[in-house]
Design a protein around this ligand. Structure first.
Ligand SMILES: C[S@@+](CC[C@H](N)C(=O)[O-])C[C@H]1O[C@@H](n2cnc3c(N)ncnc32)[C@H](O)[C@@H]1O
Length: 256
């Protein structure tokens, strides 16, 4: 069920933040994170952890929420961008996802959930420490006792930053250059994407983030009454090691 989200406009709405119509229109394109080999392991793990209704913070286009709902897990979502959320209902399972337009730092939806999850580095879209703490508090407020909060996020790539350098390229191919630029004093970084089409038309997209270490996330969880239950190096429950480039962490609500 999606209320009040059926009409999309081709004009970018500033209220949609960094994910307006022009981004939503290509978000699920081929070769991206919508590939089954990316989506299926995530949905497998989320389904195994959900012991009742689940809530996705920043549900986007339903890349994960829709297939999880298609497996029979009751799924709700909170999403800032109407343009992104408008895509959910069109996916298999998406008509079962109840989406609320709002900010995951503060928006409340009815019900208590067995699992709240926030994937694909999106904790970093909240660019202040206070805001990230609010995300954890809001997750806890939606959990039933013993419920789980799962976050998938990259490990800050600072080991690739030599002294005096602030930029790390992460992809260079014909027609595309991606690089991250770090401010190690403020924990801010920008993710930068330069795309040049075959006819020479260029596009530059720059998205601000706040990077955050696993231990800082553990402290945010404790502030919200949660304790670390699992930390894996990926959706396959692989071991989290010094060389892991990302982690999938799960905290359980121990105080409410
Ligand atoms: C990288 S996309 C991830 C979407 C989806 N979770 C996925 O895995 O495909 C980030 C999404 O977070 C949403 N978002 C960013 N900040 C948000 C906030 N404070 N509250 C709710 N949604 C937010 C954006 O609008 C965008 O749809």
């Amino acid at each position: 069920m999606v209320s009040d989200l059926t009409s999309t406009t081709m004009i970018d709405d500033p209220a949609d933040g960094w994910f307006p119509e022009s981004v939503a229109a290509t978000y699920d394109g081929p070769g991206g994170a919508n590939r089954p080999e990316v989506v299926t392991p995530a949905v497998d793990l989320l389904e195994s952890l959900a012991d009742g209704p689940a809530l996705e913070f920043a549900a986007g286009t339903g890349r994960i929420a829709a297939p999880l709902a298609a497996r029979g897990v009751p799924v709700s979502g909170i999403e800032l961008s109407r343009a992104m959320a408008a895509r959910i209902a069109g996916k298999p399972g998406g008509d079962q996802v109840h989406v609320t337009i709002g900010d995951m730092t503060a928006t409340r939806v009815p019900g208590r959930f067995s699992l709240v999850y926030l994937v694909f580095n999106t904790i970093g879209n909240v660019t202040t420490q206070d805001g990230q703490v609010d995300v954890f508090r809001n997750a806890a407020a939606h959990l039933r006792p013993g419920g789980l909060f799962l976050v998938e996020v990259g490990v800050p790539n600072l080991r690739r930053l030599p002294p005096g350098q602030d930029t790390v390229p992460f992809a260079i191919s014909p027609g595309y250059v991606g690089f991250d630029q770090y401010d190690v004093v403020t924990q801010q970084f920008t993710s930068n994407h330069v795309t040049v089409s075959p006819d020479g038309q260029g596009r530059f997209r720059r998205i601000p983030f706040r990077y955050v270490w696993p231990a800082e996330l553990d402290l945010m969880a404790r502030l919200a009454g949660m304790r670390l239950r699992h930390r894996w190096g990926g959706w396959d429950r692989s071991e989290f090691t010094a060389d892991s480039t990302k982690h999938v962490s799960v905290w359980a609500l121990t105080e409410s």
